[in-house]
Design a protein around this ligand. Structure first.
Ligand SMILES: [Ca+2]
Ligand SMILES: [Ca+2]
Length: 253
């Protein structure tokens, strides 16, 4: 956290403040997390990797491109905003939408992107039924077409047996007032006991026209109610209390 040389640069009062901060930091860590309210628990970061489709250059014409961390079935791919009929910066969507969104492809009537999330590290909290989840993201489509996207999280045990599901979407053309764009959706619940991995699937469906205009972006999947000892120092720093008290960036052990 901080070395002796750095400490010597502080005055006496600063040193006292530092040690008081460390004690306070420890007390806060042992108390309830601001995010969960439950004693000694906290939240994970986003468990979906590349949930914002920004990890690589998106397609500019619908032809599927490499979409890191996702397994594509059919033509589902990351695609660029504001070209080829995809949502423009002025269309409804996340403020931090970046350059790309997920789209269903140029022809397929149904396509999907799948990511498997390993959550076995949190088994201690999951099996006590303490872990809850929040699945969220932005979903949409094109103009008055019924093309749509849904995101489903299937909770599985270590052998892949399904234990339950959570999902968001679809966002209908009516939801979008027949305008091209994406709207926010979220769902939450308790992570089923025994869950060790979660299959996250973005499913895009075409009902109109040639292209599959099921859209998705900024997908997030967060667990809360996780025992603090399973979250580690990094997660505790994220509570927002520890950062200003550490008087410097943490260093690797
Ligand atoms: Ca994006
Ligand atoms: Ca279409």
């Amino acid at each position: 956290m901080i070395d002796a040389a750095s400490l010597r640069t502080f005055g006496g009062s600063a040193r006292v403040f530092f040690f008081a901060a460390v004690v306070l930091s420890g007390l806060l860590a042992s108390c309830s997390s601001p995010k969960s309210g439950a004693a000694g628990t906290g939240s994970t970061g986003n468990l979906i990797v590349n949930g914002n489709a920004e990890a690589a250059v998106g397609s500019d014409d619908g032809t599927p491109v490499s979409t890191p961390n996702w397994v594509s079935a059919g033509e589902a791919t990351a695609a660029q905003y504001a070209v080829n009929g995809w949502p423009a910066p002025t269309d409804s969507g996340p403020a931090d939408r970046g350059l790309n969104l997920f789209s269903g492809g140029p022809v397929d009537s149904a396509s999907s992107l799948t990511q498997t999330v390993n959550v076995s590290h949190y088994a201690g909290s999951i099996d006590k039924n303490h872990a809850t989840y929040k699945l969220s993201g932005w979903l949409g489509g094109y103009a008055d077409q019924g093309d749509n996207a849904t995101v489903t999280a299937t909770f599985q045990d270590a052998l892949g047996n399904p234990l339950g599901t959570g999902s968001i979407g679809p966002v209908t053309a009516s939801d979008r007032s027949n305008q091209t764009g994406l709207l926010p959706r979220s769902s939450d619940g308790t992570v089923p006991s025994g869950t060790r991995k979660v299959l996250v699937v973005i499913s895009m469906v075409r009902t109109d026209g040639t292209a599959n205009d099921g859209y998705a972006d900024n997908l997030s999947f967060i667990f809360s109610g996780i025992d603090a000892n399973l979250l580690g120092e990094v997660a505790l720093i994220k509570t927002g209390w520890q950062t200003p008290l550490m008087l410097g960036a943490p260093t690797a052990p």
